[in-house]
Design a protein around this ligand. Structure first.
Ligand SMILES: Nc1ncnc2c1ncn2[C@@H]1O[C@H](COP(=O)(O)OP(=O)(O)OP(=O)(O)O)[C@@H](O)[C@H]1O
Length: 246
């Protein structure tokens, strides 16, 4: 095992005096697919946003690829880390192609210049299971599921080594969700990318994760492979969480 790609070292974070994460330490190895689960408000989004420096810890540090994120230019850091969220946040005045090309373009990635841009955007659309013809459309003309997929394509465009996904499949129907799950699995396998994926659904967490991180009250209840969690739940909380999955 090499150096962890992401490390939380004694992280504490409170909002308005309310502790959200308490002295949390965690190492994530390169290439893992970590699913993050816990009750609403337990700090899942906070954990993700500490990685790309959208928020800063009160105590402790977060290391990404061996570098303390507090010492890293946050803009450069965010360009290296894909971020896909439930609300997607596509730019409404830009075509799908331009949305997807946005980060690579502002990062000065040469291969995204000129005619090649359409080709690369179309390739990404195909990877996330969409018809490449959508490249020329505007977000408002897409369905919710299509927008979700474009959001993932956009997060992947700059070929990040880390992809943060915050309930990316929360707003789609069950069939689309199943398809998106397969697609993200395939992308994970093909690219060898490290993924952190927040979900409310324990079955999804166990199905997708190479490791599952279970949080409660700002602490780690268990961080282990799905089989281990099912066979040896570390706490009463984990036992209850997985009780419906046996
Ligand atoms: N910017 C902020 N200002 C104040 N409080 C915040 C802020 N961000 C998060 N919180 C609070 O911190 C706690 C954890 O929030 P977080 O979004 O990390 O939870 P979560 O586990 O992702 O929740 P959910 O599953 O509902 O999305 C919540 O009580 C939330 O209200």
């Amino acid at each position: 095992m090499g150096q962890p790609i992401i490390q939380f070292e004694h992280i504490s974070k409170a909002f308005a005096g309310q502790p959200v994460l308490r002295d949390l330490s965690l190492s994530i190895e390169k290439g893992e697919f970590v699913t993050v689960i816990g009750r609403s408000g337990c700090g899942k989004t906070t954990l993700l946003r500490l990685i790309n420096c959208l928020i800063t810890p009160d105590q402790g540090c977060v290391m990404v690829q061996g570098q303390d994120v507090a010492q890293t230019d946050p803009i450069a850091l965010r360009r290296r880390i894909g971020y896909a969220i439930q609300s997607v946040g596509l730019f409404p005045h830009m075509t799908v192609e331009k949305n997807i090309a946005y980060v690579p373009s502002i990062s000065g990635m040469d291969q995204w210049k000129g005619k090649n841009r359409r080709k690369l955007a179309e390739e990404l659309l195909v990877q996330v299971g969409l018809d490449p013809i959508l490249a020329g459309r505007y977000p408002r003309t897409l369905s919710g599921g299509q927008r979700q997929r474009v959001g993932i394509a956009r997060a992947l465009a700059a070929r990040p080594e880390i992809l943060l996904m915050d309930e990316p499949f929360g707003a789609v129907d069950e069939i689309t969700r199943g398809q998106l799950q397969q697609e993200i699995r395939r992308i994970h396998e093909d690219r060898g990318i490290t993924i952190l994926f927040v979900t409310h659904d324990i079955e999804e967490a166990l199905k997708l994760g190479s490791r599952v991180l279970i949080l409660d009250q700002g602490k780690i209840e268990q961080y282990a492979a799905p089989e281990e969690i099912l066979q040896n739940p570390a706490t009463e909380f984990v036992k209850q969480l997985v009780s419906s999955c046996r």
